[in-house]
Design a protein around this ligand. Structure first.
Ligand code: SAH
Ligand code: SF4
Length: 360
């Protein structure tokens, strides 16, 4: 058997890529679909149980590929509420994923919508001033297999199917572009996890060139932009990435995306007291939203240990929202319970890191 590091994760392979590898090794191409049916339909994590495949071929699979199963080190939250999973990866790195059940207030009692928020990197290099994920800097990109593995593992642990995916966990998805695209293909394809592209949302801090590149991909995934400031002088105090891609460039890339995909994008806007919550900020946000016909999702800031900011009082949040509503911007404010653990990805990892380090 090859050394562990040399074996490729089976969860990182698209069907076309697997067929290529099979052809190189002299195996018939139709075996590719058979293997992936076991992996994604039957959800097995062992080549030995793939009983319709010849024993010799199973041995070859086992020498060539590996099932990397993510190890949960901590789960926070109850059955019917938001649950946060902290996973340890093969090299000991920690990432988190958050499972959010349908909110009856938003989708009705009968909704079986279950949204999973996944991570794409260990840490984050972008250092936004409100975010726990960037506090310790960036360690590495997740592989496509580790991205797909979060969904598979949570479906197995929770016994529930995930209906919607949001790439809003730790890391900047568009700076792990190559692996993101492979993972998206596997998550979307009928031979893979089979989640509809319109039920998948990629959130970015605003990497303008990659937004354009994503626009040119055939998949109809949704785009959310972490705006958090609609004036450069405000946004760049919150998000250093704004110096590299200022609003003019970012909004032009958003227009490009909307023009090609013919779908609405979302602006995420965390309300932070005395930082970006003035009436003037709301007016600037109206202009930005109108320019690209974006939906606006306001989120009262969640306090992060080690960071100074706090959320505005409700009256101030209401005044901000009133400006958006008056201008007929499609805007909502997220105030659900459970959000205290759901938002601010990266926090569970930070709370847990010292414990896990001490116990391993
Ligand atoms: N890097 C990508 C994906 C991470 S999502 C991006 O920046 O878009 C980051 C999102 O998590 C933010 O847009 C925000 O909606 C949420 N978030 C992070 N820290 C938060 C905090 N302290 N309070 C509320 N929401 C937070
Ligand atoms: Fe990174 Fe996004 Fe957090 Fe900014 S908000 S530090 S880009 S994860």
């Amino acid at each position: 058997m090859k050394a562990e590091a040399a074996r490729e994760s089976i969860h990182a392979l698209t069907l076309p890529r697997l067929r290529e590898l099979l052809a190189e090794a002299g195996h018939p191409a139709y075996r590719g679909a058979q293997v992936l049916e076991w992996v994604y339909e039957k959800r097995v994590d062992d080549f030995e149980v793939m009983t319709n495949l010849p024993a010799g071929f199973r041995l070859w699979l086992n020498e060539r590929f590996v099932f990397h199963v993510l190890e949960p080190v901590r789960v926070q939250g109850a059955e019917d509420t938001t649950r946060k999973y902290l996973f340890r990866l093969g090299d000991g790195a920690l990432v988190e994923s958050v499972l959010i059940p349908a909110s009856p207030a938003l989708y009705g009692e009968a909704s079986d919508r279950r949204t999973l928020c996944v991570s794409t990197q260990v840490g984050c290099a972008y250092g936004c001033k409100f975010c726990a994920s960037g506090l310790d800097g960036w360690s590495r990109n997740l592989t496509a297999g580790e991205i797909v593995g979060q969904i598979l593992r949570i479906e197995k642990l929770s016994g529930e199917r995930v209906s919607n995916l949001v790439f809003m966990g730790m890391g900047e998805p568009l700076s792990n572009f190559k692996n993101l695209l492979i993972a998206l293909e596997i998550l979307n394809a009928p031979w893979g996890v089979g989640i509809g592209a319109r039920r998948i949302t990629i959130s970015t801090s605003g990497l303008a060139p990659q937004i354009r590149e994503l626009a040119e991909q055939p998949m109809q995934v949704r785009l959310a932009v972490s705006l958090h400031g609609a004036r450069d002088e405000v946004r760049q105090t919150i998000m250093p990435v704004n110096r590299k891609y200022p609003l003019a460039e970012l909004l032009a890339a958003c227009e490009y995306y909307v023009g090609i995909k013919k779908q609405r994008i979302t602006f995420e806007y965390i309300l932070i007291r005395d930082v970006n919550d003035s009436i003037e900020d709301a007016e600037a946000l109206v202009l930005a939203a109108q320019r690209v016909d974006a939906k606006v999702n306001c989120i009262p800031y969640n306090v992060v240990e080690g960071l100074d900011w706090i959320r505005p009082e409700e009256e101030r949040q209401d005044a901000f929202m009133a400006v958006l509503k008056r201008a007929k911007v499609n805007a909502t404010i997220r105030r659900e319970k459970g959000h205290d653990i759901a938002a601010a990805c990266g926090q569970l990892r930070r709370q847990t890191l010292p414990e896990v380090a001490a116990s391993s």
